[in-house]
Design a protein around this ligand. Structure first.
Ligand SMILES: *Cc1c(COP(=O)(O)O)cnc(C)c1O
Length: 455
């Protein structure tokens, strides 16, 4: 009897691999699946040794399939963003333009002149590729780009203010998201944060009163993801520049989103632009590549040449450098601005600029496709991504009503589909915003929703 020796109840690796359900995994994946079968059996033996019952053959096959799913299926996958949050940090922020994607592909499959001077035939610098474009676009004297804006901030503070004081308004010593806090980055860089003013009101005289022989800079930080309204006061950037320069100090500007276009043309609040920051006399400004700029993950640094050169020479510059594919994508993105075609070519701006009547047309088409469970209702699309805090655009949503449990369940089925569709959940409705879904994916969304509803 096999029950005498529970180990004997366990099948061999070969027997497990012969199971029908493991067939579809394919020839190329055989070695991995064999290894996973060994691991599943090893786990089973450990369980038996601990006095637990041996799993059935069926359970073993299931656990191999589960392991294969985790190991062999790419974890990072495209999803459809039907949330209406345009710059959704958890969903990868800005989708790239076609030109940006093509540029990434062009430099990724082979070699490139990333750090090679084709004229001289010798070693070059990766900084040459973006600088002329960034200067042209922003009016800055010098420019460089690093891995992301958090690195830009860390590099700037580490290079320019180690063991010195940097004055920041109390209302700007913020947490940006994912636990990224300005005071922590400052500490890490070796700069000493001096907070001035109060949460809601900071005057120029507060900055002035905090100046000491140890002060290296004044820094402005965009309060990306919240807004203080009502009884508030913040000095204009021009006044901060004047104060800093009167005392031979630097004015640093963490712009967050790096907006280049005028947001008020879409009924949104004015977002501080990169050009304004340069015109006001900021010494060094930094911003993300993948927020309102609409490009790849990057941290762009612009300002006075002597400062940018110091950042390039700092040892951290190597640690936070940008890769070739991102440089290519950022180049293509910036070119859209220079050519005056950013609104048409950059998905982020196309979504912001989409007229309500057009979104309504898409929403009606979706609702018709889905069937009578779907209704078109008024709603708001969020800008998101730490830009234009609390700002939204009027939109038309496709709503599927139901009680809390039903709606949560429907949303989960949509997320588990292929491709996953991420919707917005409200207490008594599942909401889909066509604004953030490219028209080529509309049919996929309709099919996914119908499938989820029929299950
Ligand atoms: C988003 C943001 C950052 C961080 O930028 P990443 O590109 O995500 O590293 C830093 N500062 C501000 C003000 C931001 O809004």
């Amino acid at each position: 009897m096999t029950t005498d020796n529970p180990y004997r109840a366990l099948p061999s690796v070969d027997r497990l691999l012969a199971d029908e359900r493991l067939r579809p995994l394919g020839e190329g994946e055989r070695p991995v699946v064999t290894e996973l079968a060994r691991q599943a059996l090893e786990t089973a033996r450990t369980a038996v040794a601990a006095g637990r019952p041996a799993p059935t053959e069926d359970q073993l096959v299931e656990s191999v399939l589960g392991l294969a799913e985790v190991v062999l299926r790419p974890s990072l996958r495209p999803v459809i963003n039907a949330t209406g949050v345009i710059i959704h940090t958890n969903l990868g922020r800005a989708p790239l333009s076609e030109d940006a994607i093509a540029a990434m592909v062009a430099v990724s499959g082979g070699y490139s002149n990333l750090e090679f001077d084709l004229e001289a035939g010798e070693r070059g610098s990766r900084f040459v590729h973006l600088e002329p474009l960034l200067r042209q676009l922003t009016g800055a004297d010098a420019a460089m780009a690093v891995n992301n804006n958090a690195s830009a901030l860390l590099l700037a503070l580490s290079s320019l203010a180690p063991d010195r004081e940097v004055i920041v308004s109390r209302g700007q010593a913020v947490e940006i998201g994912g636990g990224f806090r300005i005071p922590d980055v400052m500490r890490q860089s070796g700069a000493r944060l001096v907070e001035v003013g109060t949460t809601n009101r900071t005057y120029l005289r507060d900055y002035e009163a905090a100046l000491t022989p140890d002060t290296a800079a004044i820094m402005r930080v965009h309060a990306s993801n919240f807004r203080i309204v009502g009884f508030t006061e913040t000095p204009a950037i021009n006044d901060l520049a004047r104060l800093a320069h009167e005392h031979d100090l630097l004015l640093l500007d963490d712009l967050g989103s790096g907006c280049i276009l005028d947001t008020t043309q879409f009924g949104l609040a004015p977002e501080p632009t990169v050009q304004e920051s340069m015109a006001a006399g900021v010494d060094l400004a930094m911003f993300s590549g993948d927020k309102l700029l609409g490009g790849p993950q990057a941290g762009i640094i612009i300002g006075r040449r002597e400062l940018v050169e110091r950042l390039r020479r700092h040892p951290l510059a190597r640690a936070v450098r940008m890769d070739k594919a991102s440089i290519a994508a950022l180049t293509a993105t910036l070119l859209h601005y220079l050519r005056g075609e950013a609104l048409e070519k950059l998905p982020v701006w196309r979504m912001i600029a989409a007229p309500l009547a057009e979104v309504q047309r898409w929403a009606r088409r979706w609702a018709r496709g889905i069937g009578e469970a779907a209704k078109v209702v008024d709603g708001r699309s969020m800008i998101g991504g730490g830009s234009l805090p609390e700002e939204s655009l009027p939109t038309k949503l496709v709503a599927i009503a139901g009680d809390g449990g039903y709606v949560t369940d429907l949303a989960r089925r949509l997320r588990q589909g292929d491709p996953p569709v991420v919707a917005r959940i409200e207490r008594d409705a599942l909401l889909l915003d066509p604004r953030t879904v490219p028209s080529r994916e509309a049919a996929t969304v309709i099919r996914a929703v119908k499938a989820a509803l029929s299950r």
